[in-house]
Design a protein around this ligand. Structure first.
Ligand SMILES: Nc1nc2c(c(=O)[nH]1)N[C@H]1C(S)=C(S)[C@@H](COP(=O)(O)OP(=O)(O)OC[C@H]3O[C@@H](n4cnc5c(N)ncnc54)[C@H](O)[C@@H]3O)O[C@H]1N2
Ligand code: MOO
Length: 636
């Protein structure tokens, strides 16, 4: 029987206990050739053995001369110098014999017959000479201790006569993926199979932090097999990372294996995600049991494994820079854990806004898309929207400031515009979040976004979007930039096996529908039509199942979870579905007038007007771009 109740040590406390237990890591050192030392960390300060240059050398091509012989030279009084007696010819880098004390550049010499030059200005002692030790003097400090050697350091060390340096050994880190359901990438997937990608992310992280990763084969959930794998990895490495099997599941054997082979110091730390982490020691070597969920794994790697790997090299983790940002949504948190919330940062109207990304521990894309991390302390129950928070940066500020934020209705063409915008001008990015049309207008209201894609049908007038700008954003000057007319319709399996052609068909007994979330334009379009036709939504099986964008709806139909969903033509074709057109609608962009003059908005409008963008729309099909880029000003 596995231990079900985990401990809940605060992170710092857990690390203290663990590092104390491991004791002196005895960070081992080794001597390597200087030219192989890039990225390695020096054990002690390194001082030059020789000066550089180690002799007085010419800094220019010309002649080495005696300055006292040049004193009288001027434009009106040329002085003639004789080779051997007054000068010798030198090239850059040549040694300067003792009897000479200056170098005159070849450009300043006038030939005066064989072995003679005339000069027309005097030279001062040491001019154009690089004196011995000009760059590096013998015994001078080149790099301090615990210094990560860079390419420029390698040059200076070698110039200073240092051909070998003592550095900390890079810890060898064994990585064991576990789980009977875990398969290698590229395997033909069956339901229940999980592709192992964590171990590959770990390997890359370990390399980034200076360790030497060694990934082992996937081990199935079998006590003896896990034990053998751990014994081998423990022998062959300095640190072992074992992935998954950390929680209380029936087949989570890792904790028992660690306890049997060594000491399970801590199982459970008050961080979320990542709480079931295991910190153990086997034969004086650390072993960390990392939770299976990729986001949990990421934070355990960042907060714990990284510190350990750096410690082996005499280093400490750098503090990430923090910026102040306004939180756009309320963020609840458990009083039991320090919580790491991935956020998207936007720079809107001169300050940062932080929008929490998907919280789930399985959401790898929340890491890919994160610009920063908001840490919610253990004793805090949550943070209200509008609060100014500190966000640890994962992305560079310049990139964030050059990112156009789009929040609103989803269409695959926004991703295409994002790609073309960046290709047209490398410094710009577009980040889009799909919260539906009304959600987008609300985000404009609270200043979270630059643009809001919207397709809202006014049920009374049959007109799109404009009346909603007035309704949701009273008193604001908002422009409506026309984007596309697109076809909405039913997305159905190839061949339309359930013969779905009308809204009435959605009420058939054997038809399962998948809907969009409330507030989305597509949902409004559905409700508008149902209302017009007098169809009660309750009679549609699946009306209450909500997805957040067109592709997710299409994916549900493609997977056979639903027979029909309402969405755009392009999403249906991308997923290999059939499409039954229902109507045309206007998908436009609401943009506050104050942003219209910014470079990034101008570039974005040029992007959607570009031939490249239009060619992509043709490829996808179902879009009419005859009005794209027209601006309607709506002033209050
Ligand atoms: N009854 C309880 N169930 C769970 C608890 C709990 O307290 N009680 N804790 C949850 C939390 S929190 C976490 S975190 C996870 C930890 O799971 P395990 O470490 O035991 O890992 P598995 O269950 O084997 O896998 C979970 C999940 O992780 C992904 N995974 C696993 N290995 C890989 C890999 N090599 N590459 C990519 N992804 C991987 C996969 O999605 C697995 O489904 O437990 C909760 N359950
Ligand atoms: O700790 Mo789990 O790691 O919250 O998802």
């Amino acid at each position: 029987m596995q231990k079900v109740y985990l401990s809940n040590y605060e992170l710092e406390e857990a690390l203290n206990i663990y590092f104390n237990k491991i004791g002196n890591l005895n960070a081992e050192t080794e001597t390597v050739k200087t030219w192989d030392a890039n990225g390695r960390v020096t054990v002690s300060a390194v001082f030059a053995k020789i000066s550089s240059p180690h002799y007085n050398s010419s800094a220019m091509d010309g002649i080495a001369a005696k300055s006292e012989r040049t004193v009288l030279a001027s434009d009106r009084n040329h002085v003639v110098l004789t080779e051997g007696e007054d000068y010798i010819v030198v090239d850059t880098g040549d040694p300067i014999p003792r009897e000479f004390d200056c170098v005159i550049m070849v450009e300043d010499l006038i030939s005066a017959g064989e072995n003679k030059y005339e000069i027309y200005q005097s030279a001062v002692p040491w001019q154009n000479i690089r004196p011995l030790g000009e760059d590096i003097v013998e015994n001078q400090l080149i790099v301090p201790s615990k210094h990560k050697i860079r390419p420029v350091d390698i040059g200076a060390l070698i110039a200073g006569g240092i051909n070998e340096v003592e550095v900390f050994k890079r810890p060898r880190v064994g990585i064991i993926p576990t789980g009977t359901e875990i398969v290698e990438p590229g395997t033909e997937l069956k339901v229940g199979d999980i592709i192992d990608f964590n171990s590959r992310t770990f390997s890359a992280q370990v390399s980034d932090w200076g360790g030497i990763p060694k990934r082992y084969d996937i081990v199935i959930d079998d006590y003896e097999k896990i034990k053998l794998a751990v014994i081998k990895a423990n022998q062959e490495n300095d640190i072992v990372l074992i992935n998954a099997g950390s929680s209380a599941g029936r087949e989570d054997f890792t904790s028992s294996v660690i306890s049997e082979l060594g000491d399970l110091v801590i199982h459970g730390v008050a961080i979320k995600p990542g709480k079931p982490v295991m910190l153990g020691v086997i034969h004086n070597k650390p072993i960390i049991g990392i939770p299976g969920y990729p986001v949990s794994a990421y934070f355990v790697m960042e907060e714990i494994a990284k510190r350990l790997i750096l410690k082996y090299q005499g280093l400490e983790a750098d503090e990430l820079k923090k910026v102040e940002a306004r939180l756009t949504r309320r963020c609840m948190s458990s009083l039991k854990y320090l919580e790491f919330v991935r956020v998207k940062l936007g720079y809107v109207g001169g300050s940062y806004v932080a929008t929490p990304l998907t919280r789930g521990a399985g959401a790898t894309m929340s890491l890919v898309n994160a610009d920063g991390v908001l840490e919610i302390d253990q004793d805090v129950e949550g943070i209200e929207a509008g609060t100014t928070v500190q966000v640890k940066l994962l992305n560079n500020e310049e990139n964030i400031k050059n990112t156009l934020i789009s929040i609103g209705s989803h269409d695959p063409i926004i991703d295409i515009a994002s790609d073309i915008l960046h290709r047209r001008n490398k410094k710009y990015f577009l980040s889009s979040t799909n919260v539906g049309s009304t959600g987008g207008l609300m985000a404009l209201k609270t200043g979270e976004t630059h643009i809001a894609p919207t397709h809202l049908l006014d049920m009374e007038t049959g007109e799109y979007n404009l009346s909603y700008l007035k309704k949701y954003l009273p008193g604001k000057n908002i422009c409506l930039v026309k984007c596309v007319n697109r076809i909405q319709g039913f997305m159905v399996k190839k061949g339309n096996p359930k013969n779905i052609n009308t809204f009435e068909d959605l009420t058939k007994q054997d038809v399962k529908f998948v809907n969009r979330q409330r507030g989305s334009g597509t949902r409004l379009l559905l409700d508008y039509n149902l209302n017009k036709l007098g169809i009660d939504p309750k009679n549609i099986n699946g009306y209450f199942r909500e997805e957040f964008n067109h592709l997710a709806v299409a994916a549900a139909v493609e997977a056979g979870d639903a027979d029909a969903g309402l969405g755009v033509y392009s999403a249906a074709t991308m997923m290999g579905l059939d499409f039954i057109p229902v109507c045309n609608e206007e998908y436009d962009l609401a943009i506050p007038e104050e942003y219209m003059d910014t470079e990034i908005i101008k570039e974005f409008i040029e992007t959607i007007k570009s031939n490249e963008f239009k060619a992509k729309l043709d490829e996808l099909g179902g879009y009419d771009y005859s009005d794209t880029g027209r601006i309607i000003y709506q002033r209050s």
